[in-house]
Write a protein that binds this ligand. Structure first.
Ligand code: HEM
Length: 286
């Protein structure tokens, strides 16, 4: 049916910036190189889904820079806006697992052996993200020995204060009693769950009417943490569906290893405080 095209629509000429040139579409579409031969239909899906995860990981890391900058400049509403974006992206990443589940284990087995020993475990952006959120487990570094650029990215994430360190600085400047040993801690080390911080958060929750903006910030961080956990759950459930009890291409025990990561939390005190919320003990009365 004719009649949709308008006179004003531009037919690009010469050196004009176009959709394709700006977004490097040609280069992008040239980055999917299935290894199976003869080619297995679902390997394209497998490659594209991983590549799209990596792009979104890149965006999340980019947003994290901004959220930290906002906290450093005492702009909680700016940080909230950015945290909402990160959580929204992560929500899509969680749901995206469903697309991969349209691939059956039989389809996957047709090309799985080609990937060996590659694995999402080696995603340096995922690991850098964990490190930026305080999960700085140095034992992971040895897996990047043969990938110097990946190692550099993770080491750089390790050297930086984690998001929680930025949050601690912000809360201290707001007048909350953040212990000095936390403010001056060695930020290159893993965040260690702190009872003092749990109590500080608890007092915000117990008196939320007085601390509304901080309360909203902490709930936003809980949303973010929960979305990451949901991704871990969705991923391990999908992995079990695909490979059952087999070991991973990356060499781990597979589902058993991934299940052991389900308890990871970026903001552990935000979860533990809930067990004390509303109890007399929270007020030191029992
Ligand atoms: C058929 C699909 C998939 C299977 C069977 C699978 C399987 C596994 C297994 C078994 C591991 C543990 C390490 C190992 O021994 O390899 C792992 C780790 C991981 N996978 Fe997947 N995966 C799949 C899809 C994905 C996708 C689409 C992503 C998105 C980026 C992803 C990201 C990761 C990450 C980040 C880890 C490291 C998790 C951690 O150490 O906490 N995987 N995967």
């Amino acid at each position: 049916m004719a009649g949709h095209l308008e006179d004003g629509i531009i037919a690009p000429e010469g050196a004009m910036v176009t959709y394709g040139s700006y977004l490097k579409v040609k280069e992008l579409l040239d980055l999917q190189k299935p290894l199976s031969s003869p080619s297995e239909h679902d390997e394209m899906l497998f490659i594209i889904i991983h590549q799209s995860y990596e792009l979104w990981f890149k965006q999340i890391l980019h947003e994290l820079d901004l959220a930290e900058k906002d906290l450093d400049s005492n702009n909680p509403f700016g940080a909230l806006k950015t945290l909402k974006r990160i959580t929204t992206i992560q929500n899509i990443l969680t749901h995206q697992v469903s697309i991969l589940e349209t691939m059956t284990p039989n389809d996957f087995n047709l090309f799985r052996s080609r990937l060996n020993p590659a694995s999402g475990f080696q995603s340096h952006q995922f690991r850098a993200l964990e490190f930026r959120m305080g999960l700085k487990d140095q034992a992971y570094l040895k897996f990047y020995k043969t990938a110097p650029e990946s190692l550099k990215a993770i080491e750089s994430a390790m050297a930086k204060p984690s998001f929680t360190d930025h949050l601690m600085g912000y809360l201290a400047r707001r007048g909350y009693k953040v212990p000095q040993e936390i403010l001056s801690r060695d930020v290159t080390k893993e965040w260690v769950p702190s009872l003092d911080i749990e109590s500080l958060y608890l007092s915000v929750y117990e008196n939320h009417a007085k601390h509304q903006d901080t309360y909203i910030m902490l709930e936003a961080l809980c949303d973010l943490d929960q979305q990451f956990s949901l991704w871990r759950y969705r991923h391990v459930a999908m992995v079990e569906r695909m490979i059952g009890s087999r070991v991973g291409t990356g060499g781990s025990s597979g589902v058993k290893y991934l299940s052991s990561t389900l308890s990871k939390r970026f903001f552990p005190e935000l979860w533990s405080l809930r067990g004390r919320l509303g109890s007399a003990a929270a007020y030191g009365q029992s």
